[in-house]
Design a protein around this ligand. Structure first.
Ligand code: SAM
Ligand code: SF4
Length: 496
C-alpha cells in the first residue's frame, strides 16, 4: 500500500467525536488559565490542607493543584517535597521498578519539530528491526537483568499494528541464561509506546498480552501543539491524540499511561493538562492513568527547536513538577527516564517517582550493536548500566524491583486503582520487590551490589515479618516465605 493511502485510513473521526461533551474537549484552556490565576498567593494553611488531602490518597481538584503550582515560599516547597516522598512510600512502599526501552523502528511519517525521527530529518539513518534483530536486542537486555520492556515505535505503515504484534511476539519468545547462575529467564511484561490507534487495532494489541499502553499528549496547549506538529501530518490532529487512551479503555486495555513533553509550553499549564486528563479518565472509566511521564526535551539530531526551547524547564522547576504530580494523582506511578542526568534523577526519585529505566540505549539495534548508531531519537543524560544505578538506589535506602505481578495476577484497571488508593498494593509491591530483587542478586549482581543488596533485603524481610499489616495476614506471609525459599533453592519467577 502507498504511504499516502495508508495515512488516509488511520484517523477515524467517529472515534473522536463520541468522546466530546457538547462538542467540547475535557481540556479548556480558559478554565486552566483561570484556575492558575485564581490559585496565586495561596495561604500556608490552605497548602497544608491540600497536602493532608493528598496524603489520604485522594486525587486533587484542579484548584488544589493550581494552588500548589503557585507556592513561592521555600519552606512550603520543602513541605511539599517531604510529603511527596511520604505519599509515595504509603502507596507504593519504597521500591523503584526498573525497565528498559526497546526502540524498534525510527521510520516516521510525522514531523514533530523536537524529534530526531521526524520524516524531514535527512541526517537520521532509518532502520526497522526484523524479528530476529528484536530477539537479539531482547537477549542483550535480558543479560543486564531486566524483566520489563517498553517497546517504542515511530508512526509508519511498515511499523503498524502487524509489525508491532510480530515484534512483541518475538520478545516473548526469547529465553536466555542469566550470566551468574545460568538460570533460564525471559521478558515478563512488554509495555508499548506508540502513536494513537483505532479501537480495532487496540483490540488486536490487547490480544498480544501487553502491559501498559502509553501515549504522551506532548503539549495540552492547542496553539503550541499545532506549531510543533504540522497540520498536514497525522500527529497534527490534536483530538485524535487526546482521546487515544479513551479508545484504549474502550478496547479493553485498561492499563494506560499519559505524559507531557516539557519545554514546549508553560510547565504549570501542562501539569494542569495532565490532571484534567486524569480526571476525565477517572470520570468515564473509574480508572486513572497507571503512570504519568514528564520527559524534558533533550537535543535531537537536526532539530533546532530541541536546542532552543521556548519554555525551558529549570532543574528546580522540574522537581516542583514531579512533587506536584505526586500529590495531585497519588495512585499514578511516576516515571523518570534516562533523559535526565544521574544527579537530578537521584533527587527526583526522592520526590515520589516509582519507575526508572537503566542501561538505556535508544539507537535502533543499540543494545546488541547490530545496526548503525546514527538512529537515535534524542540524546540521553544517563547511560549508566543497570547494576550501577541499582547500587545508587540501594545506597538511598530504596529496594530495586523487577515486579510484573500486577499485570499477571489481574491487578490492573479498577482493581489496582482500588488497591492503590487503600494502600494495599504497596504491600504487594514490597513482597514482589523482595522476590524479584532476590533473583537479581543471584543471577546478575556484581560483588559490590550483592553486598549492598543483601543488607537491604535483610531489612525488608524483617519489616515483612514485623509490620502489623503482615502480622494480621499470616497466610500471605506464609505464601511469601514459600516463594522466597523457592528462589533460594534455585526456582525462579515467583510472585504474589
Ligand atoms: N511515535 C510515537 C508517538 O509520537 O506517540 C512514539 C513516540 S516517541 C518515539 C516517544 C516520546 O519521546 C514522544 O512521545 C515524545 O514525548 C518524546 N520525545 C520526542 N523527542 C524528544 C526529545 N528531543 N527529547 C525528549 N523526548 C522526546
Ligand atoms: Fe514520529 Fe513520534 Fe518522533 Fe513525532 S515523536 S516524529 S510521531 S516518532
Amino acid at each position: 500500500m502507498r504511504v499516502s493511502d495508508w495515512k488516509k485510513d488511520v484517523i477515524k473521526p467517529s472515534e473522536i467525536d463520541k468522546y466530546l461533551v457538547d462538542g467540547k474537549d475535557f481540556i479548556c484552556e480558559e478554565t486552566i488559565n483561570k484556575k492558575i490565576k485564581e490559585g496565586e498567593n495561596p495561604s500556608d494553611q490552605y497548602i497544608e490542607q491540600i497536602i493532608d488531602k493528598a496524603l489520604s490518597v485522594k486525587t486533587l481538584a484542579p484548584e488544589e493543584t493550581a494552588a500548589l503550582l503557585n507556592v513561592t515560599s521555600e519552606e512550603m516547597w520543602h513541605k511539599i517535597f517531604d510529603a511527596a516522598l511520604e505519599l509515595k512510600k504509603k502507596v507504593y512502599d519504597n521500591r523503584i521498578v526498573f525497565f528498559a526501552p526497546l526502540y524498534c523502528s525510527n521510520l516516521c511519517v510525522n514531523n514533530c519539530e523536537y524529534c530526531g525521527f521526524r520524516e524531514k530529518n535527512c541526517t537520521e539513518k532509518r532502520a526497522i528491526l526484523s524479528p530476529e534483530e528484536v530477539k537479539r536486542e531482547t537477549k542483550s537486555v535480558l543479560n543486564e537483568g531486566h524483566k520489563r520492556l517498553i517497546m517504542v515505535f515511530g508512526e509508519h505503515p511498515k511499523s503498524d499494528i502487524d509489525y508491532m504484534i510480530e515484534s512483541i511476539k518475538a520478545v516473548y519468545e526469547v529465553q536466555e541464561k542469566a550470566p551468574n547462575s545460568g538460570k533460564e529467564t525471559n521478558i515478563r511484561r512488554v509495555n508499548i509506546n506508540a502513536a494513537p490507534m483505532s479501537i480495532d487495532k487496540l483490540k488486536r494489541l490487547k490480544e498480544t498480552d501487553i502491559g501498559t499502553y502509553q501515549v504522551f499528549q506532548e503539549t495540552y496547549h492547542r496553539e503550541t501543539y499545532s506549531q510543533v506538529h504540522p497540520m498536514n501530518t497525522l500527529k497534527g490532529d490534536y483530538r485524535w491524540r487526546l482521546y487515544a487512551l479513551h479508545r484504549a479503555m474502550d478496547a479493553g486495555l485498561d492499563d494506560v499511561a499519559i505524559g507531557a513533553l516539557f519545554g514546549l509550553y508553560d510547565w504549570k499549564f501542562e501539569v494542569m493538562g495532565l490532571l484534567y486528563h486524569t480526571l476525565d479518565l477517572e470520570r468515564r472509566y473509574g480508572v486513572g492513568p497507571h503512570t504519568i511521564s514528564f520527559p524534558r526535551i533533550t537535543p535531537a539530531s537536526g532539530s533546532d527547536l530541541s536546542e532552543n526551547l521556548p519554555y525551558q524547564v529549570s532543574d528546580q522547576d522540574f522537581k516542583k513538577i514531579v512533587a506536584v504530580l505526586r500529590l495531585s494523582v497519588p495512585t499514578a506511578g511516576l516515571i523518570i527516564t534516562a533523559r535526565e542526568k544521574p544527579e537530578l534523577k537521584r533527587e527526583v526519585i526522592k520526590l515520589g517517582c516509582t519507575q526508572t529505566d537503566a542501561s538505556t540505549r535508544i539507537g535502533i539495534g543499540g543494545y546488541s550493536d547490530q545496526i548503525n548508531q546514527d538512529t537515535e531519537q534524542f540524546t540521553i543524560g544517563d547511560p549508566r548500566d543497570l547494576d550501577d544505578v541499582i547500587q545508587e538506589i540501594l545506597k538511598e535506602g530504596f529496594i530495586p524491583s523487577f515486579c510484573t505481578a500486577g499485570y499477571r495476577c489481574g491487578r490492573t484497571g479498577e482493581t489496582i486503582m482500588g488497591m492503590l488508593s487503600h494502600c494495599v498494593e504497596g504491600k504487594f509491591c514490597k513482597l514482589n520487590g523482595v522476590l524479584t530483587f532476590r533473583e537479581y542478586l543471584y543471577d546478575y549482581a556484581s560483588k559490590e551490589t550483592k553486598k549492598l543488596g543483601e543488607a537491604v533485603i535483610a531489612k525488608e524481610l524483617s519489616e515483612i515479618h514485623q509490620e502489623p499489616y503482615f502480622i494480621d495476614r499470616p497466610k500471605l506471609v506464609k505464601k511469601f516465605d514459600q516463594q522466597y525459599n523457592d528462589i533460594l533453592i534455585g526456582k525462579r519467577d515467583r510472585y504474589i
